[in-house]
Design a protein around this ligand. Structure first.
Ligand code: UD1
Ligand code: UDP
Length: 362
């Protein structure tokens, strides 16, 4: 039987983490198409990754854009359903925990289309995070759950998900890093344009709703970063997500010692990340990438759904107070960086495509 696959994605990390799967689908001549929800639409959050990672264009873009959770999810649900009805794929592949992923899972499952969830089984156990709600709902309506690690599989089984639906594949972020890091390290000269030197700066990303939408929390974190710059006498470079830029302006926050740069493409970010002395972040993907790249990470949150990074020693969860941020930076700067990457061998995309094609043949 010839299988048809819909790859549904909508945000920066989904494009990066779906790239190896999309390449495998192409290589094996699987009949597939890409549906972009349009949750991210600015060039540097969306199209730049298609261009740089040489991905085929999305066949559909339902142009959702930004709004409240309910409006955004509702708009995507309607847009995705229309396309799925028209195309009748056998399986919808989604990655991660965004509103795009939730909408695609709900639309597909109610049309009796199989759902394959890449990066299943992550839990922060913090239901104030919109992503946590999305992860739980999506895992529980998926047919194939691609868990990145055994820890994630254990979580899924503990929630009553049948073992025959769960496959431990590794995380496709390892595929993306392995396939691009050498080019980024060798060809990139972004450090030169910023006037900074390898291992002599800190890199920052912060964009989570619970960090930047709260003026008290965001101000406290920025104060902590200013103190880090002063105490360690190193530049702090912050690739600032548009959500955070908007909030910084709205709350009139003016960090003293932090260099703000707009979001950059994947190769540039990998260059910045791999050559940083240490990274401070609230991003999920950045916690994983630093662990893979051997760069110490301080997570500016109260919890993480990537506990594997803390377990191997690449990451520490600092919370949001300036004192604790300084303390955690000091701890991480003193650590060895020869930990083992727990997220797999860089062949997760291959494995996932093998599983879906074998299931459809068998
Ligand atoms: C979303 C995901 C988050 C993920 C992040 C990746 C949800 C609930 N959140 O958060 O899990 O970590 O993407 O980056 O799905 N904006 C632009 N240009 C764009 C997109 C957004 O300027 O292309 C601005 C708008 O002001 C918008 C704000 O960013 O209101 C937030 O965008 P949204 O997609 O709602 O959430 P993210 O913070 O990007
Ligand atoms: N990233 C990027 N440019 C940037 C900042 C991040 O390409 O300026 C990449 C980064 O390499 C990682 C992904 O974006 O692969 C992480 O996405 P984000 O932090 O937006 O979302 P999360 O992983 O928290 O869902």
């Amino acid at each position: 039987m010839k299988m048809k696959v819909a790859v549904v994605l909508g945000t920066r990390p989904e494009i990066i983490k779906m790239a190896s799967i999309i390449r495998q689908l192409g290589k094996r001549q699987v009949d597939y198409f890409i549906l972009h929800t349009g949750q991210h639409y600015s060039y540097y959050l969306a199209q730049v990754f298609f261009d740089q990672l040489k991905l085929p264009p999305a066949k559909y873009n339902v142009a959702t854009g930004s709004s409240s959770h309910a409006r955004q999810t509702a708009k995507m649900l309607i847009g995705v359903e229309e396309i799925l009805q028209k195309e009748s794929p056998d399986i919808v592949l989604i990655e991660g925990d965004t509103n795009s992923v939730l909408a695609a899972a709900l639309a597909a499952t109610k049309l009796f289309i199989k759902v394959g969830h890449v990066e299943a089984g992550l839990r922060s156990y913090d239901r104030r995070m919109p992503e946590e709600i999305n992860r739980i709902l999506v895992d529980h309506c998926s047919d194939y759950l691609f868990a990145p690690t055994h820890m994630a599989k254990t979580i899924l089984l503990s929630e009553g998900i049948p073992e025959n639906k769960v496959f431990v594949t590794g995380n496709t972020i390892v595929d993306a890093v392995y396939q691009h890091v050498e080019i980024a390290r060798q060809q990139g000269n972004f450090l030169g344009t910023l006037g900074i030197k390898p291992k002599e700066y800190f890199l920052v990303t912060l964009h989570r709703q619970e960090t930047v939408d709260d003026p008290v929390v965001f101000a406290s974190v920025l104060r902590g970063l200013d103190e880090v710059a002063a105490k360690f006498c190193l530049p702090v470079i912050y690739s600032i997500h548009p959500r955070s830029r908007r909030r910084m302006n709205q709350f009139n926050l003016k960090p003293r010692d932090i260099k703000l740069i707009p979001p950059v493409d994947f190769l540039t970010f990998l260059e910045l990340e791999s050559k940083a002395r240490l990274v401070l972040t609230d991003s999920g993907g950045v916690q994983e990438e630093t662990c893979i790249l051997g760069v110490p990470c301080v997570t500016i949150r109260n919890n993480t759904e990537r506990p594997e990074t803390v377990e191997v020693g690449s990451n520490i969860v600092a919370g949001t107070s300036p004192d604790r941020i300084i303390e955690c930076v000091t701890i991480m700067l003193g650590r060895r960086t020869d930990w083992q990457n727990p997220f797999g061998d860089g062949r997760a995309g291959e494995r996932i495509v093998s599983i879906i094609t074998e299931v459809s043949n068998g």
